[in-house]
Design a protein around this ligand. Structure first.
Ligand SMILES: NC(=O)C1=CN([C@@H]2O[C@H](COP(=O)(O)OP(=O)(O)OC[C@H]3O[C@@H](n4cnc5c(N)ncnc54)[C@H](O)[C@@H]3O)[C@@H](O)[C@H]2O)C=CC1
Ligand SMILES: O=c1[nH]c(=O)c2[nH+]cn([C@@H]3O[C@H](COP(=O)(O)O)[C@@H](O)[C@H]3O)c2[nH]1
Ligand SMILES: [K+]
Length: 498
């Protein structure tokens, strides 16, 4: 006979944290958000530790190379989506691994014979005022000169004239070989009073440009998540269909960690795939999921998963619960799986981190997920709002929105399923929509981190394990939930003191 599990399915909106006593030294500057990413012996360190407990969802509309770079620079990790052919995903991994802070691939490039009008058009399109002049107009062509928006004026110079007339030619151009470090490049920029230093290879082909402004920018990120060679770390999503070909290609490209991505990880498909991955690549961490209860956690932990994601049907674009009637309130799921993780550690001496995935709407929901036992969180909607996410930024009458669509939506045209006989989706499990535009990822994450640290200080904790061990939560009634919000009419502009 069917069983009904004990307890009601509850979600984050139904809880609040009670303040604990805050000691004098317990201040936001003292809060450390480092957290383990992968399985480790109790008491030992995790082979990869996140600098901040955030990962971006394994989705086309979220985890692109640009977003992965921005997030890793802030201590978090992206899992590049696998909803594409294997070589495309491997190329995305390479883009992140080859990122060298401060060394940018030139996006504004022309040929010497192109007209100044063409140069104006290219600069307007990219928004950048420095262009590389290469033999073929590509970012990796032989460097012939540099031209900036200060080298010509549309009213003074004939826009039909060739770029070669106004560029600084290679013979007069300060440049460097590709073996210099960022701080060496910075010294040259200052000593030679340059705005830009081109870096070329032994054959004179352009490799990158270093700008003075980017050196300052690099100093903004003391918390970057890097590997032993100081390259940014990146994760990659994988599926239970083509993993025997996809995993070797991703590892060859330099992926640091993998994660099997499924709405429902409690399956023999996933256990077989995890077993295969651990047998062939024992040194590479591989996560699994998603699950919503302790039984499924044990199943994947025993199959070898190095971390386990929690959450079915709670995501902002999810319609899995409507369509299949499968899922569980996200708070109940996290509490149940966290208890199973702790029991597993007691039984085996192994700590398998868990990740709350989906449904985090407010910043305080992230704090609740962490307090309830999540080692880190995964978010789609949150990251899709930023400049670095792949969705188009579109104007509306009230500002801007960004596109955001589910991996189970028709728009995502799920690659694995389309690969299976080409039938297409019979029914959708996700929607295609918009989220409010939120600017630069680093700026947004700075505010979120400040809020989470403030929450932890109120709860008297300076580390995530302490927060989890001491958090006291209360269920809120419908009436007390109303108290969460302001109950006066809110002024549009700040009041001015007279
Ligand atoms: N977290 C969530 O609540 C949800 C997430 N999603 C996202 O949508 C995407 C698609 O998820 P799913 O539909 O769960 O994809 P999936 O590929 O994991 O599963 C689709 C179906 O294929 C079956 N299957 C898996 N491996 C197989 C194999 N090797 N041979 C034959 N059959 C196999 C599964 O049992 C399932 O019925 C993922 O990115 C997922 O994260 C979708 C819905 C809900
Ligand atoms: O029901 C679903 N249909 C979909 O099409 C879909 N696509 C992604 N996901 C899951 O949602 C998570 C992101 O959720 P948020 O936007 O709320 O952060 C993701 O991390 C996934 O777990 C989906 N769920
Ligand atoms: K299942």
């Amino acid at each position: 006979m069917a069983q009904v599990v004990a307890g009601v399915s509850r979600t984050f909106n139904e809880y609040l944290l009670l303040p604990n006593r805050t000691g004098v030294g317990c201040a936001p500057e003292a809060v450390d958000l480092r957290t383990p990413l992968v399985r480790h012996r109790e008491g030992a360190e995790s082979a990869i530790e996140l600098g901040s407990p955030f990962t971006s969802a394994i989705m086309q509309a979220v985890s692109s190379p640009d977003l992965a770079i921005a997030l890793a620079r802030n201590g978090g990790l992206s899992f590049l989506h696998h909803n594409c052919p294997i070589d495309e995903q491997a190329a995305d991994v390479r883009k992140v691994k080859n990122f060298k802070a401060g060394f940018v691939t030139s996006d504004t490039n022309v040929r010497p014979q192109d007209t100044l009008q063409h140069l104006v058009d290219v600069m307007r399109h990219t928004g950048h005022g420095t262009a590389a002049v290469t033999h073929d107009g590509s970012a990796g062509g032989r460097l012939l000169g540099l031209v900036t928006s200060r080298d010509f004026h549309p009213h003074r110079h004939d826009l039909d004239a060739p770029v070669a007339d106004r560029m600084t030619a290679i013979a007069d151009l300060p440049r460097s070989g590709s073996d210099l470090t960022l701080s060496e490049a910075n010294s040259r920029l200052w000593e030679e009073r340059l705005d830009c230093l081109p870096v070329v290879d032994a054959n004179g082909h352009l490799r990158s440009l270093v700008f003075r402004s980017d050196y300052e920018d690099n100093k903004r990120y003391p918390n970057q998540l890097v590997d032993l060679d100081k390259r940014l770390r990146v994760g990659a999503g994988v599926n239970t269909y083509d993993y025997e070909e996809r995993i070797p290609a991703l590892l060859d490209a330099g992926a640091d960690v993998l994660c099997f991505d499924s709405s429902d990880g409690y399956s023999d498909w996933q256990a077989q795939a995890l077993t295969w991955a651990k047998k062939h690549y024992p040194e590479i961490p591989v996560g699994g999921g998603n699950v919503v209860d302790g039984e499924a956690f044990d199943f994947l932990a025993e199959a070898g998963a190095d971390f386990i994601k929690v959450g079915v049907g709670g995501g902002s674009i999810c319609i899995t619960r409507d369509q299949k009637g499968i899922g569980r309130g996200q708070a109940s799921a996290v509490l149940d799986v966290a208890a199973a993780r702790d029991a597993f550690r007691e039984r085996t001496g192994e700590y398998v981190p868990i990740c709350s995935d989906g449904g985090l709407v407010h910043d305080y929901h992230m704090a609740l997920a962490l307090a309830m036992g999540s080692d880190f969180v995964m978010m789609g909607r949150y990251f899709a709002r930023f400049d670095q996410a792949p969705g188009a930024k579109l104007p509306t009458k009230d500002g801007f929105v960004k596109e955001y669509w589910g991996e189970g939506s028709n728009r995502a045209r799920n690659w694995q399923r389309y690969g299976q006989g080409g039938q297409g989706l019979i029914f959708e499990e996700g929607v295609d929509g918009y989220v409010p535009y939120a600017g630069d990822l680093s700026d947004g994450l700075t505010v979120t981190i400040a809020k989470i640290k403030a929450t932890m200080v109120s709860c008297g904790a300076t580390t995530l394990p302490e927060f989890q061990a001491t958090a006291r939560l209360t269920l809120v009634s419908e009436q007390s939930f109303q108290e969460n919000h302001a109950s006066v009419a809110v002024r549009d502009t700040p009041a001015v003191a007279v």
